[in-house]
Design a protein around this ligand. Structure first.
Ligand code: NAG
Ligand code: NAG
Ligand code: NAG
Ligand code: NAG
Ligand code: NAG
Ligand code: NAG
Ligand code: NAG
Ligand code: NAG
Length: 382
């Protein structure tokens, strides 16, 4: 599910926030950046560096040409500093939508360990292009690295051939780029990945999720490692024409696999709570070692303020929905702090409709205690 509305010229303001949030504490709706005019933020993304600092970014509808503003927090999300803007340096179009950010945990392609990798989707007149950039100075400056994938112009109609929604994962001395892919004529849309061992060249297109019927459109890959069972989980949305499932049109499904490059053959499992409630659209997944012997898988969606959790290693019958104090956001990212696995960070911005209707929610982050979340009922928070 993606934004296709024309971007308008808008004045923007980046406000350095001061909110009184306690370093490494818990807080609600802590502003990272406000917008002005008709600008909107949604589809937040982050990476936690090896030293515990967080880099966060967001899709930013408003400025022309569009770019992804990058912020850093050195205190668990309590305070944020604007570090740079990731701008398109080669296509002449701007970073239209769908940011991705990570960092190298090993040297690769001439870049040292710790290099920050980021990119997103560029909607050209007759193409969509997922481009990768690198920063070796803590996200202050960026250089173009490679075109990861290219498709036809941005058009969500089945039969058109764009690519969308990248996710980069460093793994096994390679970087895996996952994305939504309309180029296979046998499927309206499928989920694909390509692997690079040098960041410049990308291996063959491998299918992660392709479903029947033709008009099924699995989209928006997100992925996490469930250390306790040593499995990888891939979550995605699954619209099929106008059909609905458990009351939602973009039900979230997931696959489990032994490696992050072997999802193809795994069964595609609907994520459903009590045979009744399902997350809708643009999922994000993380894992925490807290919450039980197998830790907790946490899935966020586009519509719910709460989060979907599973403390049984992904058992399809063991999903729960728990309230949080955060708002619903289009492609809402969630994070577990590496050194504080009890800290669930939930990034804020506009919902899909809110962005269209001018809700102007700021880019923000909420930090909640995972154990309190697991103890909370649906849609309410103590
Ligand atoms: C801002 O968005 C609203 C709602 O889409 C629209 O009515 C209004 O004309 C826009 N204003 C500007 C200055 O673009
Ligand atoms: C887009 O148009 C340009 C100029 O006409 C052409 O060179 C290029 O091949 C086209 N790209 C795609 C992906 O169709
Ligand atoms: C962590 O590393 C980043 C990138 O080099 C740097 O900008 C940041 O200041 C570091 N954080 C701390 C707490 O030293
Ligand atoms: C979108 O793709 C469909 C299917 O290929 C095509 O019929 C339609 O003309 C395209 N729309 C635009 C605006 O390019
Ligand atoms: C890991 O990378 C090596 C090359 O360095 C490759 O031969 C191997 O197939 C990769 N492992 C998997 C599971 O893809
Ligand atoms: C879905 O609904 C829209 C609007 O009601 C309709 O135009 C379209 O043909 C429907 N698509 C399918 C695949 O049924
Ligand atoms: C799930 O609910 C449907 C109807 O709401 C019912 O037909 C079905 O038997 C239920 N499945 C289970 C496993 O309880
Ligand atoms: C946090 O922001 C969301 C909207 O994004 C709002 O619904 C919620 O009430 C806010 N919570 C607090 C405590 O301000």
């Amino acid at each position: 599910m993606i934004h296709l509305v024309a971007l308008s010229l808008t004045s923007v303001a980046l406000a350095a926030p001061t909110t009184g949030a306690t370093p490494w504490g818990y807080f609600t709706n802590n502003t990272i950046m406000t917008t002005s005019g008709n600008a909107s933020v949604s589809y937040p993304r982050f990476t936690e560096l090896q030293n515990g600092s967080i880099l966060a970014t967001t899709a930013y509808r408003g400025p022309q040409p569009p770019y992804f503003p990058i912020f850093r927090s050195d205190d668990g999300g309590a305070s944020w500093e604007h570090v740079s803007d990731l701008r398109d340096q080669v296509e002449g179009v701007g970073f239209t939508a769908q940011p991705a950010i990570t960092h190298l945990t090993f040297p690769l392609g001439g870049y040292p360990e710790g290099t920050i990798l980021a990119g997103g989707n560029i909607f050209g007149l007759n193409f969509t292009r997922i481009d990768l950039y690198a920063s070796t100075d803590g996200a202050r400056t960026w250089e173009f690295v490679s075109h990861v994938a290219e498709g036809g112009r941005a058009n969500t109609t089945n039969g058109a051939t764009p690519v969308w929604e990248p996710k980069f994962l460093p793994w096994n001395n390679s970087v895996i780029a996952y994305y939504s892919d309309q180029r296979n004529p046998e499927h309206g849309q499928q989920l694909s990945h390509q692997v690079s061992y040098d960041l410049k060249t990308w291996g063959p297109v491998v299918t992660d999720v392709a479903l029947e019927p033709y008009d099924a459109r699995p989209g928006m890959t997100n992925i996490a490692h469930v250390q306790s069972v040593n499995k990888w989980i891939l979550v995605h949305e699954t619209p099929i024409g106008n059909s609905s499932s458990y009351g939602v049109n973009y039900p979230v499904h997931y696959k489990l696999a032994d490696t992050p490059v072997d999802f193809g053959p795994s069964p595609d499992i609907p994520l459903v709570v009590n045979n009744k409630t399902a997350p809708n659209a643009s999922p994000y997944v993380v894992w925490s070692k807290d919450g039980g012997p197998l830790g907790t898988i946490i899935v966020s969606d586009a519509d719910n303020t709460g989060v979907f959790t599973n403390t049984a290693g992904g058992d399809p019958d063991k999903w729960e929905l728990h309230g949080t104090p955060a708002g619903a956001v289009y492609s809402r990212a969630v994070e577990i702090l590496r050194c504080l696995p009890n800290h669930l960070l939930i990034y804020g911005g506009d919902t899909y409709d809110g962005a269209m209707e001018g809700a102007h929610e700021p880019f923000s982050v909420t930090s909640v205690n995972l154990e309190e979340v697991l103890a909370a009922p649906e849609y309410s928070f103590p």
